[in-house]
Design a binder for this molecule. Structure first.
Ligand code: SAM
Length: 337
């Protein structure tokens, strides 16, 4: 794709919606089901996203309860060290109806992704240990091809606590393991009949994963970290992912380093920021107005921060990419035409 084609394609992704441009990327204010059903067929090169795992936690009524600090699916996790924890969605609170709703939602989402993705395009989706079986089944049912799981090694605040209301009596028991990983699932839009990876690379710039600059393949166990405070200070979103992780995934998602990554559940824009940091284009779609507004401010600042993956990905302090994004963080973002 030449630069004119890329610009024209970005118009198709943005012009019918309220949007904001950042470098070669953009943020769109829309519901992703509507957006995915209206962008051109076979146009997206990769999806990298952290969806509302249980669907319910990001519905307007649950977000109101989160803001009010009372009831709903968002709960304060138990404190191990006396520090106040930020609320997290409690997925064990999902009932049968929620699970059916979630299954139908992700089936429909996968169908729409298949429509909009180029053949061979990869789809990276964050998940949760409780939800992952349902998510996998729904995405397969929706037409995506399962390509494996990735394990992000990170100590979460899930599990490890003593049986509720019997903590003293069973002080030597934990009700479930302490969470030390976050599962991600990897899918691909099926290749066309008889097509090989090399054909997909030539025709659609998809089909494979980009190797690291040192030639090593992308690996499916990723030593990671909790989102650093400097990033949380910029983007106060309850599900903010760290730049170190998102930059690695954004780098790997486009095998030739060409094309557009889409994050249909953009939140505060960490995927867009990561794409900008590693020098590729992304479009983020967010439907909740306060998060859309937050992302507009957060993306340039997140993109300008250093992360511990930068030297490995060739976008460290001495690289041209780093200088470009530092300048871009200092200036105002431009509205897309
Ligand atoms: C888990 S959060 C993603 C946060 C992101 N990882 C970040 O670092 O900021 C999911 C986001 O998807 C948004 N969302 C939920 N349903 C949506 C939909 N149908 N279309 C677009 N956005 C949606 C929510 O408002 C929420 O901000």
């Amino acid at each position: 794709m030449n630069k004119d084609d890329e610009r024209e394609q970005m118009q198709h992704f943005t012009s019918a919606w309220e949007n904001r441009a950042f470098g070669q990327s953009a943020l769109v204010h829309a519901d992703c089901l509507d957006w995915l059903s209206r962008v051109p067929e076979n146009s997206i090169h990769a999806i990298l996203t952290d969806p509302p795992y249980g669907v319910r936690e990001y519905e307007a009524c649950e977000l109101e309860k989160l803001a009010a600090g009372r009831g709903g699916i968002w709960r304060i996790p138990p404190s191990f060290d006396g520090n106040l924890r930020a609320p997290l969605p409690r997925f064990t609170a999902l009932d049968e109806r929620d699970r059916i709703k979630m299954t139908l939602f992700f089936q429909e989402w996968a169908r729409l992704c298949c429509r909009a993705l180029r053949p061979g395009a990869h789809v990276f989706v964050a998940s949760n240990a409780f939800i992952v079986p349902l998510l996998l089944a729904s995405l397969i049912e929706g037409g995506l091809e399962f390509r494996g799981q990735m394990i992000r090694l990170v100590r979460t605040l899930r599990g490890g606590d003593r049986p509720k209301n019997a903590e003293q009596e069973f002080s030597f028991v934990s009700s479930m393991p302490r969470g030390c990983y976050e599962p991600w699932v990897l899918f691909r839009k099926p290749l066309l009949n008889g097509m090989k990876v090399s054909d997909a690379l030539r025709e659609f710039q998809t089909g494979g994963l980009r190797r690291l600059p040192n030639g090593n393949p992308f690996e499916d166990v990723i030593p990671s970290e909790r989102t650093p405070k400097a990033e949380r200070n910029i983007a106060d979103h309850p599900s903010l992912k760290p730049q170190s992780l998102m930059r690695l995934l954004a780098y790997a998602a486009l095998p030739l380093g060409e094309g557009v990554i889409v994050d249909p559940f953009a939140g505060s824009g960490s995927t867009i920021a990561a794409a900008e940091a590693v020098g590729v284009a992304a479009v983020g779609v967010e439907r909740h107005r306060p998060y859309y507004d937050l992302a507009q401010k957060a993306v340039p600042k997140l993109a300008a921060l250093p992360s511990r993956m930068d030297e490995v990905l060739g976008c460290g302090k001495n690289s041209d990419l780093f200088k470009v994004r530092a300048a871009f963080a200092a200036g105002p973002a431009l509205a897309a035409e």
